[in-house]
Design a protein around this ligand. Sequence first.
Ligand SMILES: O=C(O)CCC(=O)C(=O)O
Ligand SMILES: [Fe+2]
Length: 354
Amino acid sequence: MAATNGTTDQIPVIDLSGPEGTVAKELVNAATTCGFVYIKSLGKDIPLESIDGTFALSKKFFSSPIEEKEPFKIKEDNRGWVAFHAETLDPKTMGDFKEAMNLGGFLDRKAQQPLPPVFKDHEPELYAFQRYCQNLMNKILDLFAIGLEVSSPTEGSKWFSNRHGPEPTPCTLRLLHYPPLPPNTELQPKVDIRAGAHSDYGSITLLFQRPGQPGLEILPPSRSSSSNTENWTPVPVFPPGTESDPSPPILVNIGDLLSHWTNNLFKSTVHRVVFPGGGKEAGKDRYSIAYFGHPIGDTVLEPVPSEKVKALAGKGGSDVQAMTAHEHLLSRLKATYLGMYKDEGKGTAEVGAT
Ligand SMILES: O=C(O)CCC(=O)C(=O)O
Ligand SMILES: [Fe+2]
């Protein structure tokens, strides 16, 4: 249950094992105010060994020689390795101080892309972690449907999750590595950014962080109308109430698609990753793992059968237009990467992941 703090700027912490109706309400409340929520990680939904094991594999992969990563460079299908400085989430910065590895959906327990040597022997573990993430995502989507009182005689609380399956899922499991600033380098906070300001494109994102590796910041919706940079709010790895938990809570945030689908009731909050402590801790690596949830591409984003969502139609909410999830993604990519997506058939390249 939520250790609520009353303001919309702070991210609530929720334990999913509380009473279903209460948890559903708290989740919807977080989605409509902050757009971010922490889910306590006590090993119930995702075993802690699976999280730790995936981080260990990630570390091993990123520290392998470049020749072992180069052949797995990202392709137009958005799967593969994104080299250091290859992605610029915020065009005002030089390019993100990070490298990443995107894994697409699995089919019959097999990755649908060539796997680098480090991962080849661990495909079952990667598959298991991907399943845990998909199941947790579906559980949260079901709780959203309950909290929104979605009324569908045939689908009930499965209204959102039914539109996110079956295998292979279009969701992306993304391993991230933010290397330290090179020694004797003066931090230029406006330029040296680990991940530039952006919102995620899909439905929801799960984000895993490591103890002692902070750096994520959000622009709370309640304060993002002003351009004052001081509105950036750090997101601690262990927020109050979780310090003695065995693992950092999992962050869940709403993406642009779900915000659009809910007539802007749910907020897709802008976030970024900086060198923590004003650069004092710039000598440390940061590893994170993101699971980007997306509905199946041909899902029509028809109005959500919920009075709470319908009430917003025409009242400042963006009335849902009949478009598919894939068309929505393309429109977001076009808005962000003007010029790169003149040809609709080109695919979603490396930028589809956010
Ligand atoms: O590494 C992080 O904490 C955030 C990553 C992120 O926001 C993204 O890749 O979309
Ligand atoms: Fe993000």
